[in-house]
Design a protein around this ligand. Structure first.
Ligand SMILES: [Fe+2]
Length: 385
């Protein structure tokens, strides 16, 4: 069976990747190409932040630390931090942390020389009202989790607490200039965070795998990325000191996100998962796991020709049925400790109207190329309870 369709492709990844165990030691050398004065964005209690600030300072770089990044970065927090960034005269920014920190730094890069609020730059504003920037300071992204792949994407997810909504900024100008991916930094993640961030990595490739026509390049990035997660995540969860599994997961997170670089369709797992984060504060990877079964059933219905390959990625025979694949994915998620239903996060039927208010209908229609009505959305959320 033909697995990919080599149609037109635009691929650009303007991010230099420096990958390897222990390469944090090279941070100052890498940063030197970006300037002399940096704002390092991180989170309190993240030991890698001060450690990398120290490495940069020893390398002659002037560093100011902003350790106020939040998980699920809020518009309010970012807009407040932007005031300091605008005054600071920084040559470049450094992000040290997980996806929330890197996304915060990306938004601060946009606002450093730009106007308005971070929310004005999200796709939620629509193509006609969305703001763009033409001049941003470069970003050195140093992930401390293996999951979001934010170090190689032009996406930053923002939370608008006032509207109880999450929406991404998607703008090529926020691709980090350099991604320093050192698996050692992610090797201290506790099992639950390893599981949820590692599953998030899988889903980035999965979005493109079910996102319509697959070019050969995206096919290779997505499928080998998904396979690597399936082969290594459980080991990384159960054996935190397993260097090979940690290294494989770090690379898989970066590679799975590289599958997202070219514009394309998506399975809509994130579209359905993001409201769970915004409304019920379910951590990102766990929110995706809670809707995985219903979205995969829907994806296989729409694109049955992807079934044999998804089966083999999950380690099943090619001829496996939809239900066998769904059961296999669900069992895998349970083994790594991720609830596979929304009820596992105390989300009950009475919250569904809030989830439906928070979901981006436009994005579903764009991604699936077909109308998706209220009843369809409600049915999927009910099935995920
Ligand atoms: Fe994600």
């Amino acid at each position: 069976m033909k697995l990919f369709e080599m149609g037109p492709l635009d691929y650009s990844l303007p991010t230099q990747i420096a990958f390897g165990w222990g390469r944090t030691a090279e941070a100052a050398d890498l940063a030197a190409s970006l300037g002399r004065r940096a704002l390092l964005v991180t989170m309190k209690d993240l030991s890698a932040g001060p450690r990398i600030a120290d490495i940069l300072r020893k390398g002659g770089i002037e560093v100011e630390v902003f350790d106020g990044a939040e998980s699920d970065p809020s518009i309010e927090g970012i807009d407040a931090a932007a005031l300091r960034v605008r005054e600071g005269g920084f040559d470049f920014l450094v992000a040290v942390g997980g996806g929330s920190v890197i996304d915060t730094a990306k938004a601060l890069c946009l606002l450093a020389r730009g106007r308005g609020s971070a929310w004005d730059y999200t796709i939620e504003m629509g193509d006609d009202r969305r703001m763009g920037a033409s001049d941003t300071p470069p970003l050195l992204a140093i992930p401390t989790t293996s999951g979001t792949g934010s170090e190689v994407t032009c996406i930053a997810v923002m939370t608008n607490k006032g509207l109880s909504k999450k929406a991404p900024i998607r703008d090529p100008i926020i691709f980090p200039r350099i991604a320093l991916v050192d698996p050692e930094l992610a090797s201290t993640m506790p099992p639950k965070l390893t599981a949820s961030t590692g599953f998030d990595a899988f889903t980035h490739a999965y979005e493109r795998f079910f996102g319509g026509a697959l070019s050969m390049l995206v096919h290779v990035l997505a499928t080998t990325g998904m396979r690597t997660v399936v082969e290594n995540l459980e080991t990384a969860v159960n054996e935190p000191d397993n260097r090979a599994a940690r290294t494989a997961m770090s690379w898989a997170a970066t590679q799975c996100a590289m599958a997202l670089a070219p514009p394309g369709g998506e399975a809509c797992l994130h579209v359905f998962g993001l409201p769970l984060g915004a409304v019920a504060h379910v951590p990102h990877g766990q929110a995706l796991a809670a809707v995985m079964r219903v979205i995969t059933r829907e994806s296989l219905r729409r694109m049955p020709k992807r079934r044999p390959e998804l089966a083999t990625i999950m380690g099943l025979p090619e001829e496996s049925s939809d239900e066998e694949i769904l059961d296999c994915i669900e069992a895998w998620l349970k083994r790594i400790g991720l609830p596979t239903r929304m009820s596992g996060h105390d989300v009950t039927e009475h919250r569904i109207s809030c989830l439906m208010a928070a979901i981006s209908r436009d994005r579903i229609t764009k991604a699936l190329g077909e109308e998706f009505g209220e009843d369809d959305i409600k049915r999927l959320y009910l099935d995920a309870l």
